[in-house]
Design a protein around this ligand. Structure first.
Ligand SMILES: [Zn+2]
Length: 443
């Protein structure tokens, strides 16, 4: 039974990389030093395909109140160590909003060009359905506001206030699956300057931790924990064990973090993916489709690979050049192969942009090696024309097409899972490193 808390959530849809929303979290917490966390801070990623999204599409939700007991360490800010408590009491949501909304308003344009922030405070949270819709579909502000009213929530809109949607959805999240991310922030005098992270320490951390993911991209030689944008984030490490993340953070050498916070998150959970039939796919959907390859793959200019995928209806499945090994695997597929393609649906050209691939079964393909030998006189028979059988030129005996000698075609792809390199993955992408082995047909 979760402790009753006052949930404070905000979404800042237009920050350049989504990370600024989390920096705002630290500023809000600094300005509420009398309040405690009554649960993990939550970093929630929403539908990556909404047309107006910024790169990250992140929202944050903080369970707040007055905590009891020692609590569990989850950050260090200027106000000191931050702990979250299992027991405590909520505070008045309307008063909380009055205190928090000005902080968001004051800092919203700081570093990131926020356009439509929304702040929501409530004890009675929106239903989980809102989360599932917001991570997979497009939700209207009207629908969200009517649910907030029904729940007695308090909210503040800035400009268009679209951020209220993401904030409410983050609040509505009840994890089925979850990961954590420890985010370390830079000191303000370093914002915009190159980050001083020793790459070797990241590679070493990646090797020495077992439950972190997306740290380092060996295919591109890229350190993935550090963002490329001039935002306040020094690095973020993702993983399945909050305890291990605390150690992982201290293994990174170089520039010293000014502060840090450990979030529970839906990153890496694949919550945005729903199983769909091809005929039901709509533009903007994220979906997994199980089907049969119905054309030979074609490599198009730019190095992308496209093939037809069918389950009764058909769609083009596109594998981007940036997906490297996965793209190469797709190039080795042949008609009749059975696959599961995870991806997002584009409208024009209508296609499924594949973000993860499971090759379930390879069809057997054979190639003709030579015409059959005549069963009567042993001579090599001649073809009677395309689509016809064979006839012996010496004795006139006939044989069907299938009498020719065949050999199996060697395949360059094998049954199994394929995913893009670390730097080409979306925040919600569930890395193979997080997936249990042996669930091959579990779709
Ligand atoms: Zn013959």
């Amino acid at each position: 039974m979760p402790v009753p808390a006052t949930m404070l959530a905000f979404d800042d849809t237009d920050s350049p990389d989504g990370m600024c929303t989390t920096y705002l979290t630290t500023l809000v917490l600094e300005e509420l030093p009398d309040l405690d966390l009554l649960g993990w801070p939550r970093l929630v990623r929403l539908n990556p395909n909404v047309p107006w999204k910024t790169r990250g599409n992140a929202a944050v939700c903080l369970p707040l109140g007055h905590g009891e007991g020692r609590g569990t360490l989850c950050g260090r800010l200027e106000r000191g160590e931050v702990r979250w408590h299992k027991r405590g009491a909520p505070v008045d949501p309307s008063e909380l909003l009055e205190r928090a909304a000005p902080v968001v308003a004051r800092h919203a344009k700081f570093e990131c060009h926020t356009t439509n922030p929304g702040v929501v405070a409530a004890i009675d949270r929106p239903s989980p359905t809102l989360y599932w819709r917001a991570v997979r579909e497009v939700v209207s502000l009207e629908d969200v506001e009517s649910e907030l009213s029904a729940k007695g929530a308090h909210w503040r809109k800035f400009k268009g206030g679209r951020g209220v949607i993401g904030a409410s959805a983050a609040m509505a999240w009840r994890p089925r699956d979850r990961t954590w991310e420890v985010i370390a922030y830079r000191s303000p005098d370093r914002f915009g300057t190159p980050r001083g992270i020793e790459p070797e320490s990241v590679i070493q951390m990646d090797k020495e931790t077992s439950r972190t993911f997306n740290n380092y991209d060996p295919e591109n030689g890229h350190i993935a924990i550090a963002p490329g944008s001039p935002c306040p984030v020094l690095f973020g490490i993702r993983g399945d064990s909050p305890r291990e993340l605390l150690k992982a953070k201290d293994m990174i050498r170089g520039e010293r973090p000014d502060k840090w916070l450990l979030y529970m998150s839906n990153q890496g959970t694949e919550d945005h993916i729903a199983r769909r039939r091809v005929r039901d796919l709509r533009p903007g959907d994220s979906a997994k489709v199980r089907g049969t390859v119905s054309s030979e793959p074609v490599t198009v200019p730019g190095g992308h690979v496209v093939l037809r995928l069918g389950d009764g209806a058909e769609i083009d499945a596109a594998f981007y050049e940036q997906s490297r090994g996965m793209r190469d695997a797709a190039r080795g597929l042949l008609p009749g192969d059975e696959i599961v393609a995870y991806g997002s649906v584009r409208s024009s050209p209508r296609s499924l942009n594949v973000e993860k691939l499971q090759v379930v079964r390879l069809s057997s393909h054979v190639r003709k090696v030579s015409n059959p030998e005549c069963p009567k006189c042993g001579k090599r028979m001649g073809s009677m024309g395309s689509g016809q059988g064979y006839r012996c030129k010496v004795c006139g005996a006939r044989a069907p097409k299938s009498a020719a000698e065949f050999e199996p075609v060697a395949r360059s792809v094998s049954v199994g899972w394929y995913e893009p390199p670390v730097s080409s993955r979306r925040h919600l992408h569930k890395p193979l490193r997080r997936m249990p082995r042996g669930n091959i047909n579990k779709i």
